[in-house]
Design a protein around this ligand. Structure first.
Ligand code: F6P
Length: 320
């Protein structure tokens, strides 16, 4: 393969730039020409294609966001849009494509490979950690660390005022950001879409912790359950402790990637290009049991994300 393309799609995630760098540099290592497609699938449809050189990815390993910019592209769901995307690839002689993005982006990649025969490799780039085939997605670690930083600060003021903090985190339909940031911050309670909750039970846990000498409580609520404002209002009707809502929001999508995300980015990007260089397409890369893996893209997108109930129980046992 002599010429490959690269795009970032869907919600951005810390580490996307480091992955772009790894793809470009690995491609150049193998003697390929690498083209960046700006604004994800929208750019592929509109033909915003730029050649990437060794130096076009200098000084971005530490940068949040994505240098190629990104978009959510509904047109890619239409046959017309898909044909325009394929025309752009043909026009530029791009023989293989690397797509960095989440679930929705992988569906676009699946169509390109399955229906139009474009060898495509998916790199899981999303803070949500909602893909079953990989233990971690790129950006999840940094996003959770950002949430931890904020929850640490909330704990300070909540303890001073003996309050209950309801902190809303992202994750779409997946509770992983809430689960990991809840455990790692010492939150007493997490509320996730995967597990039904009852306000009575939450109030019981709050009261028990207060009776045990705690002066504050942190409740991490995944956005897939409800917003912090609504949750806090509902909870306040059940308790005399003062409740305050905080929505972390898009702050958790930005910032310099953590070491873990930079390592994933380097390995995912490099593996993606190695596969294309071997003439292999229609795969996604990931990490399982600490090993970089690849698997069939169709199989990967059909897998249903499973929630880690054991980790949830761990939180229940140690946070009180
Ligand atoms: O998929 C990443 C994500 O940040 C989700 O956690 C969240 O639900 C969504 O994107 C927000 O999307 P937008 O930035 O388009 O509002």
């Amino acid at each position: 393969m002599k010429r490959i393309g690269l795009l970032t799609s869907g919600g951005d995630a810390p580490g996307m730039n480091a992955a772009i760098r790894a793809v470009v540099r690995s491609g150049i290592y193998f003697g390929m020409e690498v083209y960046g497609i700006e604004r994800g699938y929208a750019g592929l449809i509109e033909d915003t294609v730029v050649p990437m050189e060794m130096r076009s990815v200098s000084n971005i390993v530490q940068a949040g966001g994505t240098k190629l910019r990104t978009a959510r592209c509904l047109e890619m769901l239409t046959v017309e849009g898909q044909k325009k995307a394929v025309d752009t690839l043909e026009k530029h002689g791009i023989e293989g494509l690397v797509v960095i993005g989440g679930d929705g982006s992988f569906r676009g990649a699946k169509v390109l490979s399955e229906k139009y025969g474009v060898p495509t490799i998916g790199i899981p780039g999303t803070i949500d950690n909602d893909l079953e085939y990989t233990d971690y997605t790129l950006g999840f670690d940094t996003a959770v660390n950002t949430c931890l930083d904020i929850i640490n600060k909330l704990r300070d003021t909540m303890t001073s005022h003996e309050r209950v903090s309801v902190v809303e985190v992202m994750g779409r339909h997946c509770g992983d950001i809430a689960l990991y940031s809840g455990i790692a911050s010492g939150a007493e309670i997490i509320v996730v879409p995967e597990i039904a909750f009852s306000m009575d039970e939450i109030v019981t846990r709050i009261n028990r912790s207060r009776a045990n000498g705690k002066h504050s409580n942190i409740i991490v609520v995944a956005e897939g359950v409800m917003g912090a404002d609504d949750f806090a209002k509902q909870l306040q009707a059940f308790t005399t402790h003062s409740v305050r809502p905080t929505c972390i929001g898009h702050v958790q999508r930005g910032g310099s990637p953590s070491m873990a995300d930079r390592m994933l980015a380097a390995q995912f990007g490099n593996k993606a290009v190695r596969l294309l260089n071997d003439g292999i397409g229609n795969r996604v890369v990931g990490i399982r049991d600490n090993k970089i893996i690849d698997m069939d893209i169709i199989e990967a997108v059909s897998m249903k994300k499973r929630f880690n109930y054991e980790l949830y129980e761990t939180l229940q046992m140690i946070s009180m």
